[in-house]
Design a protein around this ligand. Sequence first.
Ligand code: HEC
Ligand code: HEC
Ligand code: HEC
Ligand code: HEC
Ligand code: HEC
Ligand code: HEC
Ligand code: HEC
Ligand code: HEC
Ligand code: HEC
Ligand code: HEC
Length: 418
Amino acid sequence: VRTRTAKKLAQRIDLNYFKHPTGIRRWRTLLSLAVPLAAVLWLVTLAASGNRTIYSSGPVSSAHAFVAAKCEVCHAREESFRAHVTDKSCLTCHDAPGHRTSPHSTSDRTPECATCHREHQGRVQLAATADKLCVDCHGDLAPHAVRGFPAGHAEFAAVRDGARDPGTIRFNHDVHNSRTLRGPNGTEPLECTTCHKPEIARLSSQKKLSSGLMSSIRYEQQCARCHPLFFDERVEAQAPHEPIAIVRPFVRQALADFVRANPQAISEPDRQGRRIPLNFPLPPEPPARSAEEWVARRTARADRLFTQHTCAYCHGDPVDNGGADGSPRFAPANLRREWMPRARFDHTPHLMVECASCHAGVEKSRRTSDVLMPAVSTCATCHAPTKGAGAQCVDCHGYHDWTNAQPVKPHFKLTDFQ
Ligand code: HEC
Ligand code: HEC
Ligand code: HEC
Ligand code: HEC
Ligand code: HEC
Ligand code: HEC
Ligand code: HEC
Ligand code: HEC
Ligand code: HEC
Ligand code: HEC
């Protein structure tokens, strides 16, 4: 029987084992010399070929991929490629005007370009600024602090208490929304888009440009065919849609031309009109003694028609007599075109939604002063973190005030990119 004593076991161990190299140790030594050597070789090769992306902390954005290996265009040209990126190097290629009312130079809280436009994060959208960078300032910016969307977002100014529609043209959406509205050729039901057309300019087959708004209201296009500017039963012409100071001489001339062609008209009494709407009653004129008297009387009559009925129907009473040669003037139309200039709402991706579902109350609105704009809660139906449409600040807002944009001055030659 073999007995295993501790001593016998100990004798089996080679006490000099560390003096003989084993396979593993041989490899370890080899590798610890070879790997750094290979690394250095790699660096030398790459350096020789001018490639420095290895020192970079990640690929640059897609937009800048064309200068990915030209570290010095961003990391200050004069210094080493590891130099801190200053706003100055961005501004050699870009014009980036400051934030609205807070130009870069005047606010010490204004972040550097690279704080918002993160580089070396891979092929991402550079302008996808995180909300935090906006909320850092706007979270405590009185009086309308904004911390998020929809929760934490101030109500839109257009619909806040006290907001009003500055327009002075009398307009009644309820009346014009009737399915039995009378037009010049019988019943003519109007669609919203008969008067408000989404404004898209096609610059070429390759470019379209949307203002995001609706085309402006123009009397000639949207109103004239149902609300014409006839001024006399006998005269076919209509007054031009111009200030009274221009309308008056036009009317006088048209009447003078008429009576020259029809001298017998001076002694004819007025018949019931067909041109002047029945709800604009004017007493019939007695026959005149001369062509001059006829023209003068009927010019004055047309004047009353305009200021009391035709023009006043839409413009209200004249506000003063400050027009050329003391003619009456109406208040400026002031039809507001942009209601939310501080956001970049565009109707285009929203046209699948019924107009009145965002512009609640429009169908029954009877006065111009009614504000028909949507509120934060309307947008939050789709724009919220839990809903599909974007709810980041930069989905709805810009940062730079592009109204101050300037073309960039060329700074490089083609050889700089070879
Ligand atoms: C389009 C401009 C741009 C180019 C090109 C560019 N970088 Fe950068 N890099 C930046 C910005 C912006 C930062 C972040 C701001 C800073 O720290 O200066 C940055 C930061 C770095 C950092 C520091 C990273 C950190 O986390 O602090 C390193 C390292 C770097 N870049 C290396 C490189 C190398 C190497 C190249 C060339 C292969 C290069 N960069 C090309 C814009 C650029
Ligand atoms: C060598 C010139 C050059 C430099 C330097 C440069 N850019 Fe650009 N950048 C470009 C070009 C070219 C584009 C693509 C322009 C375009 O799409 O209209 C671009 C695009 C962008 C965009 C839009 C990208 C997007 O995803 O929508 C932003 C934001 C931007 N650059 C910011 C910066 C910032 C911040 C710096 C400084 C760190 C910088 N750029 C430095 C040339 C440059
Ligand atoms: C350095 C601080 C600062 C940062 C960062 C900042 N803002 Fe502002 N922002 C201001 C100031 C100041 C105003 C002017 C406020 C005023 O007039 O009441 C302003 C105004 C605005 C306005 C109203 C614009 C106008 O025409 O009156 C909007 C919208 C806005 N910022 C959105 C943003 C968004 C989105 C971001 C992030 C991309 C952002 N801001 C980042 C300070 C900042
Ligand atoms: C006959 C032309 C006409 C039609 C049809 C019409 N509108 Fe208008 N709309 C106007 C005029 C004129 C104004 C400017 C006066 C005003 O503010 O009421 C206006 C103003 C507006 C405004 C901005 C005013 C505010 O206070 O918010 C909205 C929004 C609007 N319309 C939506 C609609 C919608 C939605 C429809 C369809 C249900 C419609 N409109 C149909 C002529 C029209
Ligand atoms: C399709 C024809 C049509 C068009 C287009 C039209 N209207 Fe009218 N409008 C009418 C009719 C018909 C009435 C009278 C309705 C009634 O009294 O029942 C009317 C009534 C009005 C009234 C009086 C409303 C009230 O409160 O009683 C005003 C003001 C008016 N329109 C302005 C406009 C303006 C401004 C436009 C252009 C933006 C316009 N209309 C376009 C047919 C039209
Ligand atoms: C059916 C309604 C309607 C009638 C009737 C009407 N207007 Fe207008 N008027 C408008 C609208 C809508 C605008 C604003 C859009 C535009 O300029 O076409 C306007 C604008 C004007 C303007 C420009 C004012 C400004 O601030 O932009 C003048 C001037 C004017 N009208 C004069 C007249 C005169 C004078 C008459 C009568 C001869 C008249 N209008 C009749 C609807 C009317
Ligand atoms: C998703 C909600 C939404 C829908 C749907 C919508 N709008 Fe608007 N509308 C707005 C907002 C927000 C504004 C303010 C835009 C601004 O001033 O930047 C506006 C502004 C307007 C204005 C006044 C300013 C201008 O552009 O002249 C009119 C008129 C208008 N819309 C008509 C319509 C009509 C007509 C439709 C249907 C074809 C419609 N809207 C559909 C949200 C909506
Ligand atoms: C779904 C679209 C949307 C999102 C997301 C959004 N906003 Fe707005 N914001 C608007 C609209 C629309 C207005 C009204 C613009 C106007 O009145 O001209 C507005 C107004 C503002 C104003 C002006 C406030 C005032 O009335 O003085 C500021 C500042 C602002 N937003 C900042 C932010 C910031 C910061 C974020 C991100 C936390 C953000 N917004 C997210 C749509 C949005
Ligand atoms: C019925 C759902 C819905 C409602 C309500 C809605 N939106 Fe949108 N909105 C969308 C969709 C879908 C898109 C396109 C996808 C995206 O950009 O997320 C969009 C895009 C946008 C954009 C980006 C536009 C562009 O061209 O890049 C803005 C800004 C915006 N919406 C603002 C608003 C505002 C402000 C309101 C409230 C007045 C609103 N939306 C209401 C669904 C909606
Ligand atoms: C507070 C964050 C912030 C700062 C700081 C900032 N930007 Fe921006 N930048 C944005 C946002 C958000 C956009 C996209 C919306 C817009 O166009 O305003 C943008 C857009 C741009 C664009 C246009 C991208 C396009 O789509 O064409 C360029 C270029 C740009 N920035 C360059 C710069 C430069 C250069 C600086 C420094 C001088 C700078 N930015 C500072 C947030 C910022």
